[in-house]
Design a protein around this ligand. Sequence first.
Ligand code: 13P
Ligand code: SF4
Length: 303
Amino acid sequence: WPAHAPLIHRINQLKREKNAVILAHNYQTPEIFHCVADVVGDSLALAAKAVDTTGDVIVMAGVHFMAETAKLLNPSKRVLIPDSRAGCSLAESITPNDVRLLRQKYPGVPVIAYVNTSAAVKAEVDICCTSGNVVEVIESLGVPRVICLPDEYLAQWAQTQTKVEIIAWKGHCEVHERFTAAEIRSFRAANPGVTVLAHPECPPEVIAEADFTGSTAGMSNYVGREKPAKVLLVTECSMSDNVAANHPATEFVRPCNLCPHMKRITLANILDALENDRIEVTIDADIADRARASVERMLAVKP
Ligand code: 13P
Ligand code: SF4
């Protein structure tokens, strides 16, 4: 990417000068993922690795809830998000008051929040989870029934993996909910022998068409382990670009659903974040302590 070279060079220079690290989610564009990120991964890896970062400044190349999680786990560091509008339809789907009302409706039933929630929602729940550890988190509680919010489809997929009864919320990921079973079937018809990997944020009828379901790291590891000749990743567009760069022998069939929130992060605004020390993510102390406890309980179950 020759046009990106000066930005990449300057970002890497500033990282050293400011002792900054860049954490990038698997859905970031390849020039961010491969050329300036220090740590890459799924939401779980970014949360777990945020604890070990040695920099004074963390730049989150991802969405706002990921930056909040990094801040929760690194309260003394400056955490920057290059565009504060990088949100998430799941995080938007539920408020702290919704959680309080659910607790009234289901007294005594523990509440699990997907990390795709605001810190204020995390502060109201018992424990967090990601798509990489949801089943382990549910089963760690040792109860017959849990509330798992806000992603209805993640909860429905988890229900196929555990006997614990799951009460779901009706939030959806605006990227994964667009995939349809008919679309996957037509990709299979056009690409005989293709292996289909789906993210658990997809609707159940899409997951039913897949050969494997897992988090973004789960899908990436599957490609590395099984080395399929041809693969279709039913998830955000950039994921295929990033995984394909590491697996040249595998052919990638590419449906393309972009996450507009992830795509707000660019090399230009990462550079702006480092140069101008913005936009800082802050969390009220009262919320932060309770939200951190929910994330730390999750990391104790499966980091
Ligand atoms: P994971 O990377 O944890 O699988 O999450 C996907 C996602 O949509 C994050 O926004
Ligand atoms: Fe949220 Fe979906 Fe975008 Fe992930 S891909 S940040 S879950 S809207």
